[in-house]
Design a protein around this ligand. Structure first.
Ligand SMILES: *Cc1c(COP(=O)(O)O)cnc(C)c1O
Length: 213
């Protein structure tokens, strides 16, 4: 899988719903970054997998569950409300960590997807309130595109996320070495995502096969 992905693009192996044995196989061929979307499942796997795994939380996260993953999580992809970021700050402070996070943008046409609209994201960033929450560090932007085969649509949604990333980087992080992650692209659309500036792809099905829910 890593061979299909260009240099400079980080692969998150999305292992949700797969067994520890399957994770082990992928670990054994060199993969160290794994993504999970449920807190309980992540905690169970983290306990038994080797300690050099970098765990990413990629799903919708309820603020009251941040405390369980705060001690060890390497990146929280889907920060979709100011409240969640404030809680991550609070838990980061407790554990004396600065927890890396991505702002989730809502760029898809589907109503059900979480995330900040572009206007909400701009308002939130302009408010500057996040600067006080210095135990949560904004490292970039994440999005999920619409569930469609319309490649033009996918290009335009990812391009929209990238434009916001570039704007935010220039406006609010021009002096910082962080804020450089663009997390978009899954099994069926990662080639388009990479063409539209992604440098972190989250791939499950193409690595582990279909999930059994
Ligand atoms: C499940 C999931 C993925 C992986 O999707 P695949 O189609 O299996 O590659 C990526 N991102 C998020 C947020 C997910 O929940």
């Amino acid at each position: 899988m890593q061979k299909l992905i260009p240099d400079g693009v980080k692969l998150v192996a999305v292992s949700k719903f797969h067994t520890v044995e399957s994770l082990r196989e992928v670990y054994d061929v060199g993969q160290r970054v794994f993504g999970e979307s449920r807190v309980q499942e992540l905690m169970e796997k983290q306990k038994v997998m080797p300690s050099d795994v970098e765990w990413h939380f990629i799903g919708h996260l309820q603020p009251n569950k941040v405390k369980y993953i705060a001690p060890f999580v390497s990146l929280i992809h889907a920060v979709d409300t100011p409240k969640l970021l404030a809680e991550i700050d609070k838990q980061g402070r407790k554990h004396n960590r600065r927890i890396p996070c991505l702002l989730q943008l809502h760029v898809a046409v589907e109503e059900s997807k979480f995330g900040f609209s572009l206007d909400e994201a701009r308002d939130f960033m302009s408010s500057g309130i996040w600067r006080k929450w210095d135990h949560a560090r904004l490292d970039g932007v994440m999005c999920m595109a619409s569930n469609t085969d319309d490649r033009a649509q996918l290009h335009s949604e990812f391009a929209c996320a990238h434009a916001f990333f570039a704007e935010a980087r220039a406006k609010w992080f021009s002096d910082d070495s962080y804020f450089n992650i663009c997390s978009w692209g899954m099994s069926h659309d990662f080639d388009i995502a990479v063409a539209e500036g992604s440098n972190m792809v989250r791939i499950g099905t193409s690595i582990f096969g279909l999930r059994e829910y």
